[in-house]
Ligand binder design. Structure first.
Ligand code: HEM
Ligand SMILES: *[C@@H]1O[C@H](CO)[C@@H](O)[C@H](O)[C@H]1NC(C)=O
Ligand SMILES: *[C@@H]1O[C@H](CO)[C@@H](O)[C@H](O)[C@H]1NC(C)=O
Length: 337
């Protein structure tokens, strides 16, 4: 029974990258074979394209790449920060750079956004692009490409980024508070992802971004108390307790190989060494555990599926159609006047 379930999961995992990437290729076919050419009838992500800026700003992607390399060379901790910033953007009102808006009561002002970083770097890239091709490249596209580049510089896989996202005009702190923060149960995580068009495989694969980066103690403090969480290795528990001097002390999410973009995150979960309880539960929950063991034992599978799931993440509720009322922001911090 267990073996059957596992082999089913493996089949899904082996096939999924191909299914997902071929459905990417089929998107234009689906678009043209649709009865109407009215873009309002297409799924919004079908209007994204890798050649979106080919005529209007051919150097956009190269400029983003070069600026990201410079920033990450100076401060390698920016790579995980930018990947997380992209997730928090897409998780609220889709990938529309709403997380970057800097006004009273915006997502950025939420408690759950307190430890987000990378705003200055995205602004820097935006100002370079505004000089080169004014009012052309959206902040949402910049952040999406920056997250891909951050992944590469961290040692992760490459993928082609489809472009054409417009920036949103609405950003509300109370919506940002709904982004998972480390204390949710797996049902909550699955629901959160599914309501954004992401499945359980995407959930487990994208959580693999926690193979790099750090967490404030606040997110897992509840596991360290008088009756500590027994699903956390005791040696690690004691190490982490010492490191958590304050709620905002930082601890590596991957306790074993914190700087390597590898599958150790999954191996850790199999050895009770997941730092966040949300991560650890992916291995104790029957719905997600076989994905964890498959990814933990097959690095090439993680690489190829991470690329596919990141494209899926970058497609979430994108504003590409007239009715979505998006704009190309001039300054990522503010909506256009
Ligand atoms: C599945 C639900 C998720 C939960 C519950 C979660 C939770 C967290 C928490 C609590 C932190 C530490 C934040 C802090 O220090 O305040 C964190 C960091 C991070 N998360 Fe997630 N996360 C999730 C999904 C994702 C996804 C989908 C991605 C990207 C694909 C991602 C990428 C990251 C990265 C790279 C960091 C490290 C940030 C840094 O070092 O600056 N997370 N996450
Ligand atoms: C999961 O969390 C939700 C929301 O907090 C709660 O309503 C539900 O009862 C929890 N489910 C389990 C199985 O603990
Ligand atoms: C916890 O981790 C330590 C250090 O990696 C290891 O030596 C120990 O065997 C682990 N404990 C358990 C109960 O697995």
């Amino acid at each position: 029974m267990k073996i059957m379930k596992l082999s089913l999961a493996l089949a899904v995992l082996i096939i999924a990258p191909f299914v997902a990437s071929s459905s990417m290729n089929f998107t234009p076919t689906r678009a043209s074979s649709s009865k109407s050419t009215n873009p309002n009838n297409l799924p919004p992500e079908a209007l994204l394209s890798v050649s979106h800026y080919m005529k209007t700003c051919p150097d956009a992607e190269a400029i983003i790449h070069r600026r990201m390399r410079a920033w990450i060379n100076k401060d390698p901790t920016l790579a995980p920060a930018i990947i997380r910033l992209h997730f928090h953007d897409c998780a609220v009102r889709g990938c529309d750079a709403s997380v970057l808006l800097n006004h009273k009561g915006s997502e950025r002002a939420a408690l759950s956004s307190k430890t987000l970083r990378g705003f200055r770097e995205i602004n820097d890239i935006k100002s370079v692009l505004e000089k080169k091709c004014p009012k052309t490249v959206s902040c949402a596209d910049i952040l999406t490409a920056a997250a891909r580049d951050a992944t590469i510089f961290a040692g992760g896989p490459f993928w082609e980024v489809p472009f054409g996202r417009k920036d949103g005009r609405v950003s509300l702190a109370k919506e940002a508070e709904l982004v998972p923060q480390g204390r949710e149960n797996t049902t909550g995580l699955i629901k959160f992802f599914e309501s954004r068009g992401l499945n359980m495989l995407d959930l487990v694969v994208l959580s693999g971004a926690h193979t790099i980066g750090r967490s404030a103690c606040l997110a897992f403090q509840h596991r360290l108390g008088k009756t500590p969480d027994r699903s956390l290795n005791v040696t690690l528990l004691n190490v982490v307790r010492k490191k958590c001097k304050t709620a905002y002390s930082l601890v590596d999410l991957d306790a074993t190989t914190p700087k390597k973009f590898d599958t150790m995150y999954y191996t850790n979960l199999m050895n009770k060494k997941g730092l966040l309880s949300t991560d650890q539960q992916l291995y104790s929950d029957k719905r997600t555990s076989s994905f964890v063991s498959a990814l933990g034992t097959q690095p090439h599978l993680f690489e190829s599926q991470f690329a596919v799931s990141m494209i899926n993440l970058g497609n979430v509720q994108v504003k590409t159609r007239p009715r979505d009322k998006g704009e190309i922001r001039v300054n990522c911090n503010f909506v256009n006047a």
